[in-house]
Write a protein that binds this ligand. Structure first.
Ligand SMILES: [Zn+2]
Length: 428
């Protein structure tokens, strides 16, 4: 299958379209923190024989015929300063009607009075979408994640339903958003069969999307104090490699060090329009400054990952656990203006699942290269488990020379590069 796609993508004409030379401001000083792969520069033979398990092979022609070059994976995709992941828990309909069109472009819903008599509509306007760039001249829409309880999707024939339908979940998934298992029926109380809750949900979501999710978000609610730990134990047994809850990595953490063990347990910052909860309370005035306060003024080569979550994003606040649409929309626009395509362009606004997949590919794939004259031969070996990931991308940074053109490519579905900055974005 890969062969076909590559052939199609990299026929001479479409390849020229794909690879773009974009005049861009030079990406600021790149600091190599981990994973510096030194070349066997001037190695006697440029190996054209790709070893059996090297899935990716790129042969580049450089501008110069000598000098030392370095190739290493970027800490985050597209060489961004920080990743921002937003998750919408419990599968409320306003995510599909308001958040998806706000991010991807489209009509935001007007009024939607739901089964609980809360209005999950938005402002009824048309959104052009919210974007950042890939560092090679292409705009990418903001993408978030949904943490789904499948049981909530089963009343999809209810008039004025408050939850998503299966079709809507699938559409969100197909838009490239992340999907987390949140337990089949959001059970937390005594007598919960934690394993069954997760498995049932996992099976149903697999049937719907055709893919397994390895991301679990522990449901909140009343229960024995140890219930999150019980969920965590069972989630590990099921092979989840991402567990969101009140334990683990802080909701902003530095991601430059290699991921050494699985699963990643991470905390998320809850944001809502509920003034009774001052810790989570957000309005149009404080929402963006709260985010700014979390981030360092100067990244100094360090890279961070921020995780936030909420529930509904309609005019009314469902159960006091969501953001009012105006606050949400205002927050997202400010993020784009400051950190997105309209500003510094240093944010990677994507799902927790995509960031997780990237960090694993970054840390577990093996990258080697050889140089002979102006030819640079890069080989990337991926582990078996990484080949099964949903989001398979890697950004490499080339230092010491500039790419003249691409001679050969094997094993990838798309490649974009920026000759000036040395950024190479690969999807496979
Ligand atoms: Zn929940």
């Amino acid at each position: 299958m890969g062969g076909f796609i590559i052939k199609r993508c990299f026929s001479k004409t479409s390849f020229q379209n794909l690879v773009q030379f974009i005049e861009m401001k030079l990406i600021k000083n790149i600091r190599i923190i981990v994973f510096l792969y030194l070349a066997f520069i001037f190695s006697s033979v440029l190996s054209r024989n790709i070893s059996k398990d090297t899935q990716i092979h790129i042969l580049l022609r450089l501008k110069n015929a000598s000098g030392s070059v370095q190739i290493f994976p970027s800490a985050l995709l597209y060489h961004k300063d920080f990743a921002y992941s937003l998750t919408f828990d419990d599968g409320l309909i306003s995510v599909y009607q308001n958040a998806l069109p706000l991010f991807s472009g489209g009509l935001i819903s007007q009024s939607h009075m739901d089964e609980w008599k809360t209005d999950q509509g938005g402002d009824g306007t048309y959104s052009k979408g919210l974007f950042y760039s890939d560092g090679c001249g292409n705009l990418i829409p903001f993408r978030a994640s949904i943490a789904i309880n499948y049981k909530n999707l089963e009343n999809e024939n209810l008039p004025n339903r408050g939850y998503l339908s299966r079709r809507e979940v699938l559409k969100i998934f197909q838009s490239g958003w992340g999907l987390s298992n949140h337990g089949y029926a959001h059970q937390t109380k005594n007598g919960t069969d934690y394993s069954l809750e997760m498995k049932r949900n996992q099976d149903s979501l697999r049937k719907l999307t055709g893919m397994d999710t390895y991301s679990f978000v522990i449901p909140g609610g009343e229960g024995n104090p140890d219930y999150p730990e019980r969920y965590t134990t069972e989630a590990q047994k099921l092979g989840m490699d991402l567990i969101g809850g009140n334990q683990g990595k802080p909701f902003i953490w530095e991601v430059d060090s290699p991921i050494l063990s699985l699963p990643i347990r991470y905390q998320r910052k809850f944001i809502s329009s509920n003034a009774a909860d001052p810790n989570s309370y957000r309005d149009t005035i404080n929402c963006f400054p709260e985010l700014l306060n979390k981030l360092p003024k100067d990244f100094q080569g360090k890279n961070y990952w921020i995780n936030e979550f909420t529930h509904s994003v309609g005019k009314d606040n469902v159960w006091g656990l969501g953001l009012n649409f105006n606050t949400f929309s205002n927050y997202m626009h400010k993020i784009e203006k400051f950190f997105g395509a309209g500003g510094k362009d240093n944010i990677w606004f994507t799902s927790v699942e995509e960031v997780n997949d990237y960090l694993h590919l970054r840390d577990f794939s093996k990258i080697s290269f050889t140089r002979k004259g102006n030819l640079l031969d890069i080989q990337i070996h991926l582990t078996k488990s990484d080949l099964h990931r949903r989001f398979k991308s890697l950004s490499l940074i080339l230092q010491g020379d500039e790419i003249q053109d691409v001679k050969e490519i094997t094993g990838i579905t798309s490649m974009h590069y920026n000759a000036k900055s040395g950024l190479i974005n690969l999807k496979f």
